[in-house]
Design a protein. Sequence first.
Length: 342
Amino acid sequence: MYYFDKDKIKNILIFMTDKHMGNFVVSLPAIISVVNYFNEKVKGIVIDESYKDIALAFFKQEKVVLYNLRKSRSKFGSVLSFLILLKKLKSVKPSLSIDFEGRTGGAFLSLLSGAKYKVGFKGGEKSYCYNIKISPNGYIHKSEFYLSIPQNLGIPLIKELHPKIREEWYNSLVAKLNEAGIIDFNNIVCIHPGAGKIYKKWPPQNFASLSDYLIDKGYSVILIGSHRDMEDISQIKSYMKNKAYDFCNKLSLGELMALFKNSKLYIGNDSGPMHLAALFDVPIIALFGSADEKRWKPLGEKVNVLKSSERCEKCRGKDCEKDFRCITSISTEEVINKIGLN
């Protein structure tokens, strides 16, 4: 356990530059715990630019610092962007930096920021960048993994989150839903059929059957996702007899959060949007294949995880010899029974 004299810590920088939405979302309790404890001493929360709206649901805009070196098309441009950001961070003159990611971006920015105390995870890719190294306690949920940093710094933990939906996000969402013909917001079911890995994807035919069932029951089914999910959603629609509302790649993250807040139910694979939806107390049916739900299940009291008993001891990922039975063997009937609408 490390203890700081709170009065001697002047300025603080927090780094969470992970490009994966799920990791950023489940790190929020840890980040919020630090921000709540030090308040105005936190001068910057450095995050991946893609997740600006998520950060703005919790933090003041002036505290959020955007990071995106991938935008540049050249190595020179990336280096230049890094140096410009570093100069901005060094001007804060931090006495404490905390890196929740542990990879190149946040670790190097933390190391070079000038902070006297540099906190990060022991055993991470760039753990040599820190002079205070935290060892998480065993194999735990990813959120608890991140919370081990404030816990070991003697910072009170905050696990109950209260995101705020901005009025412009809600108004923009309403306009888009109304334009699509959705007037009643009391029976919206969000379905996200995408995932970062093929072995996490429930079959499109199953999502189609499930969507038809829900529509027959009087629900408005909204299919969501990014541009990477367009092919999956196109397949689902081709198998359906009813009409689902296709909002794939049509919503900002702010609008998506407003949608989750006004949804009756969320159903989807193990993915970033699954974790994001869980922030809004919407009932969730999370479909898990080979991933360990003990480490990756979404946070919240209204979460139901469905998993198959057919799991390999050592998942080989994309070259699966068993046709991804760990996820494909979950039947539509099992999901319907879990929903409790039949």
